[in-house]
Design a protein around this ligand. Structure first.
Ligand code: SR1
Ligand code: MG
Length: 423
């Protein structure tokens, strides 16, 4: 007998088949319920995630819990994040087709989304720990960033749609609040949610007394909170990317909100830099960690280069929105003015990117939610040494964000800091 529940209830591996067998999207993709096998695979901070395999194929079922999984029931959270994730998946997925998992079904009451199962993709954090090589990852991510950030903004969308979407995602108050607190505030003061690797006490105290850094954090927080220029993924770290040798997907946009373009770019680059600083502490095996670190920096540089290249192409081909400046430049016979406007926009995104990257690097070392790449460094003394270097780099980016002309200068700084003292 099939069970249909009107009220929300968290799924379990045991009851999932009976609870979802009435959904034709499931039976069409998986085959008869008798052959379904269910595994809970969620290792994120918030939700339940199941893989359901059947005779015909496999699917992902993601369900929000009424609390933050990483802390437990002591941190209640509404189920609305599944709705924001669904709306973000459809919008971002349409803006860069093929880069997000396909959504097969959404049940608002149960706060669950049924999605395409990605295989043989691995969470990028895991790949960067294992030393995996990827062909087009940097180009895919740079293009994803350009397409989603450009096409969600007033450079492209009509004002009615842009404003309606801003209003829709403005209601994502809880998750946006988590970012405001966990990214921009907690790491810069003594907060009970914070944690750090033993041995980093001096650095943590230093950060919390560092006025220039705290000014940078406050300035970046203000930009995040007030500059509603495009629909952001909102949590684009290396755990929100799944990659195979040839394909790249972006997952988990439940933190979606209108914000500054540099936020997504900076979060991604900041996490790549953390993965770079983790390399000397990770097991070698068959991986040449120095060479792999260089690969990660090259990846970050490719992300930025592909972002600017695609953003510039879209500027010329799809700039139909009211902030594009066509009315005052091209239509007045001044195309050069439009080029200068593009240069100014990219310059501003670049500085924001560095600022957000630097803040993200701090919060993943001193805040609640850490980066798996660094957590995978088993020896705490070695991990502390890796994190010490990453904190120096993060500060240089956040405080010095207006002083870097090119990505090559940023990569040179990373290499310079990584080449420092052995643990
Ligand atoms: C309580 S949520 C902690 C973190 O996990 C998510 O992935 C976001 O990064 C958030 O800041
Ligand atoms: Mg997530």
């Amino acid at each position: 007998m099939l069970e249909r529940l009107p009220a929300y209830r968290p799924l379990t591996g045991a009851d999932l088949p009976l609870r979802l067998a009435h959904r034709s999207e499931m039976t069409d993709a998986l085959g008869p319920i008798t052959g379904w096998r269910v595994r809970e695979i969620g290792d994120g901070n918030l939700n339940l995630v199941f893989v359901v395999e059947g005779a015909r194929g496999a699917l992902i079922v993601k369900q929000a819990l009424p609390y933050a999984r990483v802390v437990g029931e002591g941190w209640p959270l509404s189920l609305a994040r599944a709705t924001f994730e669904f709306h973000a998946l459809t919008r971002l997925g349409a803006r860069d087709p093929g880069r997000m998992p396909k959504v097969l079904a959404f049940d608002e009451t149960q706060a669950l989304i049924v999605m395409e199962h990605l295989t043989p993709h691995l969470i990028l954090r895991r790949g960067l720990i294992a030393g995996e090589c990827y062909g087009d990852l940097g180009r895919h991510l740079g293009h994803y960033l350009a397409r989603t950030l450009f096409r969600g903004s007033d450079l492209h969308l009509g004002p009615a749609q842009r404003k309606a979407d801003t209003a829709l995602f403005c209601a994502n108050v809880e998750l946006t609040g988590i970012t405001e607190d966990l990214v921009f505030t907690d790491p810069f003061l003594d907060h009970p949610r914070n944690r750090h690797t033993p041995g980093l006490e001096r650095e943590a105290a230093h950060v919390r007394a560092d006025r220039a850094l705290k000014l940078a954090a406050c300035e970046m927080k203000a930009r995040f909170a007030t500059r509603s220029e495009t629909l952001l993924h909102g949590d684009l770290h290396t755990g929100s990317v799944m990659a195979s040798a040839t394909d790249t997907r972006v997952i988990d946009p439940e933190f979606a909100v209108y914000g500054p373009m540099g936020f997504d770019v900076g979060a991604l680059l900041g996490n790549l830099f953390l993965a770079f600083f983790a390399q000397p502490g990770l097991p070698t095996g068959s991986v040449d960690r120095a060479a792999y670190g260089a690969f990660i920096l090259d990846l970050a540089a490719t992300v930025w280069a592909s972002f600017t290249e695609e953003f510039s192409a879209l500027w010329h081909s799809e700039r139909v929105g009211m902030l594009g400046g066509r009315d005052v430049f091209e239509e007045q016979g001044d195309p050069r003015g439009a080029d200068l406007l593009l240069k100014a926009r990219l310059g501003e995104i670049w500085q924001d990117t560095l600022g957000f990257a630097g803040i993200e690097m701090h919060r993943r070392i001193l805040g609640l939610a850490h980066a798996a790449e660094l957590e995978a460094v088993a020896d705490e003394r070695v991990r502390a040494a890796c994190e010490r270097r990453a904190l120096k780099a993060g500060r240089a980016l956040a405080v010095g964000r207006t002083g870097f002309a090119r990505m090559a200068d940023v990569c040179a700084l990373m290499l310079d800091l990584a080449g420092g003292a052995r643990p």
